[in-house]
Write a protein that binds this ligand. Structure first.
Ligand SMILES: Cc1c2[nH]c(c1CCC(=O)O)Cc1[nH]c(c(CCC(=O)O)c1C)Cc1[nH]c(c(CCC(=O)O)c1C)Cc1[nH]c(c(C)c1CCC(=O)O)C2
Length: 344
């Protein structure tokens, strides 16, 4: 099947597909018993990401179970700092950790061996394209420079990204340099994913919501635009979804400013505003992941509201953020069936 027939690519090209195609952020993960089994076999989380046999398997698990319209490469946004030699670790119960970086560290960041380090991820993409059903879109991804930088500065996740915000106010030049470098390495990485068989890519700016207007423009929108311009200059026709979580009203001209083909929306974006954004181009989202945990009426009402308000334009149905480990896999079955208009 040619790429143009894949439903998600049709939406990314601006067409309305009914019912809308669906995939879920973090669709491969701990809510699935088969993921937990492979994860235990793989050892550490990064071993899972860097071993194509395991990474291909967990990418395919939610496709087999639910027949989603897209598979998303199984990896993590923090493989980029890992490939920049920041010593990333995922320890049980602690979330991600790495060596925190300062202004000197930023000046000395070395990109040698970057793509060689990420070669197992690229091999995973190649194998996935061969193993996926022809109708399934393969999505590659990376983290946006701002979001990746927040982890690099603090050395771990924080609730409000205070360390990165403080660093950016104190040393904006060093911070700009870090974001430029991350943008350029991210573009290289995404182009390699596209060459290996990714149909489209998503760029996750999960921490966009902690910035004021000027900082959002400088630290989120501009680096996102830089990556997208670079990817599209190198691979004309590449399709990009930009997801700036928590950006709210700042999403108003985000698609035009970044050059993204579609924008991802979190669940706090009002559907009336989402419908305005959709007049300009495709949108993706935005069911509250807690509705999938709740199930029943809460799930059904949330789905119906999105289909009612956004289902008549170019929409990729998704959650407003990643599915959580507490979600019941049966509720995901119900979600997919309802979006596809299937009766129980
Ligand atoms: C901020 C961020 C990260 N990683 C990611 C983001 C952006 C999206 C978002 O905001 O959720 C993106 C990501 N992480 C993962 C994927 C795989 C593909 C998919 O969506 O199925 C993707 C696209 C796997 C993962 N990445 C991680 C897991 C869980 C690790 C495990 O299995 O032990 C998975 C399945 C670990 C991870 N990775 C990260 C954190 C903060 C954590 C720990 C929190 C947690 O445990 O959920 C960084």
């Amino acid at each position: 099947m040619s790429g143009s027939e894949r439903k998600i690519l049709e939406v990314l090209n601006g067409r309305t597909v009914t019912p809308p195609p669906i995939w879920l952020m973090r669709q491969a993960g701990r809510y699935l018993p088969e993921y937990r089994k492979t994860r235990a076999e793989a050892g550490s989380f990064l071993d899972l990401c860097y071993t194509p046999d395991f990474a291909v398997e967990v990418t395919l698990q939610p496709i087999r179970r639910y027949g989603f319209d897209a598979a998303i490469l199984f990896s993590d946004i923090l493989v980029i700092p890992d490939a920049l030699k920041r010593n990333v670790r995922f320890t049980e119960g602690h979330g991600p950790q790495m060596d925190p970086i300062d202004a000197d560290g930023i000046r000395n960041l070395a990109a040698d061996g970057f793509m060689a380090h990420l070669e197992p991820v690229i091999e995973t993409v190649r194998r996935l394209r061969r193993e996926l059903p022809g109708e399934t879109t393969l999505l590659g991804f990376c983290g946006a420079p701002w979001t990746v930088a927040t982890y690099m500065i603090a050395g771990h996740g924080t609730p409000d990204q205070a360390p990165a915000r403080l660093f950016a106010y104190r040393d904006p030049e060093a911070f700009d340099h870090l974001l430029d470098l991350l943008a350029d390495m991210s573009a290289t990485y995404l182009v390699a994913q596209i060459d290996a068989g990714a149909d489209a890519v998503q760029i996750f700016d999960s921490w966009a919501g902690v910035l004021g207007e000027e900082e959002f423009d400088r630290y989120c929108t501009r680096p996102m635009a830089r990556i997208i311009a670079s990817v599209k200059a190198q691979r004309p026709g590449a399709r990009v979804i930009a997801f700036a979580k928590g950006a709210g009203l700042l999403l108003k001209d985000y698609r035009q400013k970044t050059g993204a083909d579609a924008i991802g929306l979190d669940w706090t974006v009002p559907l009336s505003f989402a419908a305005e954004l959709q007049k300009d181009g495709p949108v993706q989202g935005n069911l509250d992941p807690m509705r999938v945990v709740a199930g029943g009426r809460a799930l059904e009402e949330g789905i119906d509201r999105i289909l009612d308000k956004l289902g008549h334009g170019p929409l990729i149905f998704n959650l407003g953020h990643g599915i959580t480990p507490q979600a019941d896999p049966e509720n995901v079955t119900a979600l997919v069936r309802r979006v596809r208009g299937m009766k129980d």
